[in-house]
Design a protein around this ligand. Structure first.
Ligand SMILES: [Fe+2]
Length: 268
């Protein structure tokens, strides 16, 4: 399996706090069946701004440690870039932030509370540079939780969609778990990754069985192996047509149709 989203580099963001933690995270990943992992430290303007040279130093140190211990895992360069116009103040050539420095795939993160209006414009700017954006943990954004079909818009404009394995198990709460199931069942997810931040985080392979129960064995393999491997090898990714989610009308919703609207807050 290939894990394209992880915070395994020590001392660079809110992920691993030490080399020992990083090794434990890698060992957990290997035990779960992962043989390649992309280190994607945050690039978050004003908060996590470590330069690419520092990331590269840490990558080399971790690779050296892995070699010494003969751990069977490849560590690939990457970054989780927060989508805001300030990102260009940090790095004008976004290709330098792409997975495996290939200039092909960029893992991007939106603000959790609201997908900004400039998102579509920035995605277009990224695509013009020949880069395919991968939207990190789409199940965690409030706008997607409210309306899972919003994911269709981003798929249509050419983004790849990633969800976290922990979301299937409710690690981020019930609503995110439900949203993840909806997105998976409607083929709106292309890649599943761990987004591991510490040795307590779930490794990708730990969730494979649960994932298979939702999407079937074949698609589960595509989500954790075929497509993420294509990403690290700079190949194009194929996936099935997404399906529109049609929520069942619950009794409560029906009741809403016939009940009077609540008075405005000033009237309470
Ligand atoms: Fe992350």
């Amino acid at each position: 399996m290939v894990d394209i989203h992880s915070h395994i580099l020590p001392h660079i963001d809110d992920g691993s706090e030490s080399m020992e933690d990083s090794i434990e995270m890698l060992e957990n990943s290997i035990a779960s069946g992962v043989d390649a992992i992309v280190a994607t430290p945050h690039l978050y303007p004003g908060i996590y701004m470590a330069p690419t040279t520092y990331r590269d130093e840490l990558l080399m140190e971790l690779r050296e440690e892995v070699k010494q211990r003969q751990l069977p895992i490849e560590i690939i360069s990457g970054r989780e870039s927060y989508l805001s116009p300030e990102i260009y103040d940090y790095e004008k050539e976004l290709g330098k932030l792409t997975i495996n420095d290939s200039g092909k795939y960029l893992l991007i993160e939106f603000p959790m509370q609201e997908i900004p209006e400039y998102a579509a414009r920035m995605i277009f700017d990224i695509q013009v540079q020949g880069i395919t954006p991968i939207l990190a943990h789409i199940e965690r954004y409030a706008d997607i939780i409210i309306n899972p079909n919003l994911a269709l818009k981003y798929i249509e404009i050419g983004c790849l969609m990633q969800v976290n394995i922990g979301s299937i198990f409710g690690r981020y709460g019930n609503r995110i778990q439900q949203t993840t199931e909806i997105l998976l069942a409607h083929q709106m997810v292309h890649i599943v990754a761990s987004d591991m931040h510490s040795p307590n985080s779930m490794s990708l392979g730990e969730g494979f069985e649960a994932l298979s129960e939702i999407v079937g064995l074949e698609e589960a393999s595509c989500l954790v192996e075929d497509r993420p491997r294509a990403v690290i090898e700079n190949r194009s990714v194929s996936f099935p047509e997404p399906l529109v989610y049609r929520p069942k009308r619950s009794f409560r919703n029906l009741w809403g149709l016939f009940s009077k609207p609540l008075p405005a807050r000033d009237d309470w």
